[in-house]
Design a protein around this ligand. Structure first.
Ligand SMILES: O=C(O)CCC(=O)C(=O)O
Length: 188
């Protein structure tokens, strides 16, 4: 298992039913190739952070995906990732976060997407916060790691990336850099 810094073991995923954390899901070469592919494609600027949508365009305001929003099959350069997933996603959103940017607490649209969602981290790591009522857990998502949310983790817990420039993990302050995440979903 890859250490964060100084060979410290990767943090264990919090005990949330349906949450899986897979460090080193891809290699550094695969990560570099993905970032290059992503950076050759146009970014959308309609949110506070830049995004790219593949498969279907998600309507953030209406919180819907419709047949009209179909963009085409997922591009071939995503295949090395999608082939390794245990489900067949047909929608991917690429999010770009600079230090200080995040995403507010949410459950991914229930009527839009199926019961399994996966998110791959590239570039920088960042803490993801999971909340269910009074219960809260932090998980530091290392670069090249994948999280899978299904069951309670997908439906009963919100997830968020807090808007800050650094994270404290096991007492160590880790500055954030540019982080790109790819979230894979199946449109219902
Ligand atoms: O950046 C991430 O890992 C999470 C992205 C996310 O939650 C979303 O796009 O809904």
């Amino acid at each position: 298992m890859t250490g964060l810094l100084f060979d410290i073991p990767a943090p264990a995923a919090p005990d949330i039913p349906g949450l899986q954390y897979l460090p080193d899901f891809i290699t550094e070469d695969e990560e570099k190739a993905l970032v290059e592919d992503i950076d050759q494609r146009p970014w959308l600027n309609d949110l506070k952070r830049r995004v790219q949508h593949y498969g279907y365009k998600y309507d953030y305001k209406a919180r819907t995906v419709t047949d009209d929003s179909y963009l085409g099959p997922l591009p071939g350069w995503l295949m090395p990732i999608t082939q390794k997933l245990s489900f067949k996603p047909d929608q991917t959103i690429v999010n770009e976060y600079f230090p200080g940017q995040g995403i507010s607490a949410h459950v991914d649209c229930v009527p839009c997407f199926g019961d399994t969602i996966a998110s791959l981290s590239l570039g920088s790591g960042a803490v993801m916060q999971f909340t269910n009522g009074q219960e809260k857990h932090d998980l530091y998502l290392e670069p090249r790691s994948l999280i899978i949310l299904s069951g309670p983790a997908r439906y009963e817990w919100t997830h968020a990336i807090p808007t800050r420039k650094s994270d404290v993990v096991d007492g160590l302050k880790i500055e954030r850099g540019r982080r790109i995440s790819l979230t894979f979903r199946t449109v219902i």
